[in-house]
Ligand binder design. Structure first.
Ligand code: SF4
Length: 162
């Protein structure tokens, strides 16, 4: 398959969780290859830019990160340490590197790339750190299984690009 990944083009640039592109950057060294999503991106002439904040910060393979609310603080527990601040900074750094991106596609449930990440003791979900960091429209792969949602996301990105 020949979608344009990180090429220098005039196409609309869209950040995407690298594991969706088939890169083995998940905590366990595996991926979440999303063939249909990538076929759709190619049909829309999108230039996909893979990003993985956790791989950049911690390497792969790594332990799992879990979000937990402790008093007033949202903590990202990694092997007994709170890495929320470092992970947030990494996501902001990635965003700063790609100010020309028109959108970000993340993945369900991830503390970094999920649009609704679970937080122990909080009683509600929060946006993962990448979604909090980007200024462009963001969504996640599961939402884009729906054609109507794909159309809406494209419109949001085109409006943002203007
Ligand atoms: S941080 Fe994001 S891109 Fe990296 S493995 Fe987790 S979900 Fe995939």
């Amino acid at each position: 398959m020949s979608w344009r990944v990180g090429a220098e083009t005039d196409l609309m640039k869209v950040l995407i969780s690298a594991c969706l592109l088939g890169e083995n950057v998940r905590w366990n060294g595996q991926n979440k290859y999303a063939k249909k999503l990538l076929e759709w991106a190619e049909s829309q002439d999108l230039e996909l830019i893979p990003i993985c904040p956790e791989d950049e910060l911690l390497g792969t393979p790594r332990g799992k990160i879990s979000l937990i609310q402790i008093e007033d603080n949202l903590c990202a527990n990694y092997k007994g340490s709170d890495i929320a601040s470092g992970l947030r900074q990494k996501c902001e750094e990635i965003n700063d590197r790609h100010t020309d991106a028109a959108g970000f596609i993340g993945i369900y449930g991830s503390p970094s790339c999920g649009i609704s990440a679970g937080v122990k003791n909080l009683g509600k979900t929060i946006k993962g750190f990448m979604h909090q960091s980007v200024e462009c429209p963001s969504t996640e792969s599961s939402a884009l299984k729906n054609e109507n949602n794909r159309e809406i996301f494209l419109k949001r990105m085109k409006k943002y690009e203007r």
